[in-house]
Every structure is written in C-alpha cells, then in structure tokens.
Design a binder for this molecule. Sequence first.
Ligand code: NAD
Ligand code: LMR
Length: 442
Amino acid sequence: MDDRKFSVLIAGGGSTYTPGIVLTLLDHLDKFPLRALKFYDIDGDRQQKVADACEILVKERAPEVEFVSTTDPETAFTDVDFVMAQIRVGKYAMRSVDEKIPLRHGVVGQETTGPGGIAYGLRSIPGVIGLVDYMEKYSPNAWMLNYSNPAAIVAEATRRLRPNSKIINICDMPIGIMDRMAAIVGLKDRNDLVFRYYGLNHFGWWTDVRDKTGKDLMPQLKEYVAQHGYWLGDADKGTEASWVSTFKKAADVYALDPSTLPNTYLKYYLYPQYVVEHADPNYTRTDEVEAYREKNVFTECARIKTAGTAKDTNFKSDDHATYIVDLCTAIAYDTKQRMLAIIPNEGAIANIDPEAMVEVPCLFGANGPERLAMGNAATFQKGLITEQNCVEKLVVDAYEQQSYTKLWEAMSLCKIVPDAKVAKDILDEMIPANQEYWPELH
Ligand code: NAD
Ligand code: LMR
C-alpha cells in the first residue's frame, strides 16, 4: 500500500495566490496527501498576514498537517518534496515601474512582455536561482514547480545556469483559456479536452482541440472566438475590466491565423498600438491588482485572523492552483497525465532551435516531463517564435555577461519596441530604477 504523505513548501508565501493554493491543496488531500505545508518569503511581515489566516484554515480542515511559516531558508527547505515557487522580486512597487516607464515612451508596459518583462526577468533570475540552490542544498530529491514570472526568461536562465536541477516551469494562462474553451463547448473543465499546443510562454497557439471521444471541437471554438474572443458574456460579470478587454481582443488575434487558436498575450505583440492607446500611464495593471486582488486577499486574511475561524471564508481555489496540484500528483504517482510545461525544445517543434525553451504538452510522471512532438511551426509562428526567443536569450546573455549592449539588443529586437533609440531611452530609465536588483551593466 502506498501511504506516502508529502511535504510542500510555498516559496513566496506572502503572494496573493497563496490562500487559493492552500485551499486547493486542502480540497485534494484524498489524491495528494500532505504531512507538512510550509511558507517561505523574504518579507516576513507580508507573509505573516497570509500565514495567520492559512494556519487557521489548515487547523480547521486538516489538523494532522504540520504548518510552518518562516523566513529562514534552512527551516523552509529542509525535508520538502515539492517547492511551489511564486516570487515577485521587487514586489508590486517594481511591477508598477515596469509598466509605467515603457508607457511614457509610447510602448506597451506589461509585466511579462516587452521592456517591462525584460526588466522583471533580470530581477527574477537571481531570485529563482537562489530558491533552486536552497532546494538542492536542503532537499536534493525535491521537485520545484516554478511559476514566478516572467516564466520564459526564468526558464531560459534555469536551463543555462542550473541545467540539472529538478525545476519545472509552468504557466496558468493556457490553463485558464482551456477552462474557457470547455465552457464555450459545454464541457465541465479543461480535463475534458485533449489538445495540441506549441509556442513560447505567453506566446503560443492551439492547433487541435478535441473532446475525449475524439470529436474535433476546433470548428465550434473558432466560430465563437471569431466573434467574442475568449470572453464568456454573463459568466464574466465579476472579471476585472482589463481581463475582459484581453479576452475580447483574442478575436482580433485569432483573425490573423484562423487555422489555430491563440494565447491571449499575443495581443501585446500583434496589436501594441491598440494596447498603448487604451492604456492609462497613471493607472496600470499594478494599480488594478492593488485595488482588487491584493486588497481582497489581505482584507480576508485579516478578517479570518480576527474571527479566529475560516469556516465562512470567501477564498476559493483557482485554475492555476488545481493545475499545480495535478502536476504534483502526476509526478508523485507517475500518472503520465498530459499537461503543458516550458521545457527545452529538443525537437518538439521540429523547425525551431532545439535549445529554445518552448511551451508544449508533456506526459508527466516520476521522471518529470516527456515532451510530445508538435511538428513544424507554420511560417508566421516560426518567425514570431524565433524573434521572441532570441529576445529572451539576449536577456539571459545580458545577465550572465553583465552586458549593457546585450540588454539594449534585447529591447531593440523586441517586436513591440519601435526602434533602438526608444529602446535605449527606456533602458536608461530602467537601469537606475532597478539598481537594487539588476547586476551592474558595463
Ligand atoms: P506578490 O507580490 O503578491 O507575492 C510575491 C511574494 O514573493 C511577496 O510576498 C514577496 O515578498 C516574495 N518574494 C520576493 N522575492 C523573493 C525571494 N527572493 N524569495 C522569497 N520570496 C520572495 O505577487 P503575486 O501577484 O502573488 O505573484 C507571485 C508570482 O507568481 C509572480 O511572479 C507572478 O507573476 C506569478 N504568477 C504566475 C502565474 C503563472 O502561472 N505563471 C500566474 C499568476 C502569477
Ligand atoms: C498577475 O500578477 O496576476 C499576472 O500574472 C496576471 C495578471 O493578473 O495581470
């Protein structure tokens, strides 16, 4: 009989996503049993607010699970089986800078795409590498599921700097879209879909979507997406304004290649002028998150602490969290479940650089991911992927070589920056703003 129970560490315990993940873990103890749940963060005060509420949740729903919240790496990383990494290096204060500097130059300001993502990438690399090193020192058999953004750049950095580490880079965006696809065709959730998908993180396309009987769902999905994008109408009543606009805009992204279905984030690359025209440089996504998600999470944590109970909490498990639990379960029990991950290409997309970190379906088991072959990228996709992948590689070159020129090249090559002068102006403002986090560039 398999009576294993797992010890899970959430790195970035103070994250707004933590309560949702804890709730999902507690809801799935039958398939993924826990013996310990730990939080680690470098901001002890922020983490404490989330931990106070989560400790009550755990005590009420699974008192047998040991709960630990700490800022000490040794305490955190010792005796763990899985690390879920969700750090935001520089926190929301720096996300705001990532978004607002480019916008002042008429360029998309977004946390994972364009100059904002490049800036965030340079901050995230040492943060995530630090977590990998702690894991390897204190729990060398553990697996890390990393979803700290910008996942594409972080994945390229871990491929190069820690090639043998047990880190799997993942993203919730395709997962969220597949839940929407299921809703569009009247199925329960994404696990009812069988799909083919290829690209880079936040930069990919579905080429095939079927139900479990093999029925092709692409015609029905395409008809819907051509009109509404991934917007679900009434079911999207509570969705934040910027996301409603992103889901709707997928209709225009789809129009460019009606043979596939796109990831929403491609709107930043294909319609950057539209995005800038509809942005307010004084109120970006950071301000929206602070006013909505962050406020709700911390208000609810404080309420639970004061009440001393979480029995009536409005915290809900989310798409993102169920995906993480599914992935841990697949690795722990060798289920060979088919799931997306960001991994070295090695032929999965036949006409793309074998070294590129691509996002493709994999079968997950005890040895980690086994990639599935997706064939050739079409010419349009090949061009976009190749350019964007070179941007991501140049950012990691800049980090490794402390090179101003490589970073300037990365920003100039990026499709959403109009020319090298604009790239330089943005870069020269970003350097002092990131002084505390970036390597010194020469
Ligand atoms: P947040 O600011 O609420 O939380 C991040 C936490 O990380 C903070 O408490 C911060 O103190 C901590 N932190 C920063 N640097 C650290 C370090 N070096 N070591 C340990 N902790 C550190 O941010 P959030 O909005 O909840 O997002 C967390 C991360 O998850 C971000 O990177 C975000 O982009 C990412 N995210 C990824 C996905 C995905 O599927 N890829 C989805 C959503 C969010
Ligand atoms: C986040 O920080 O939440 C992002 O990953 C996605 C968003 O909400 O902008």
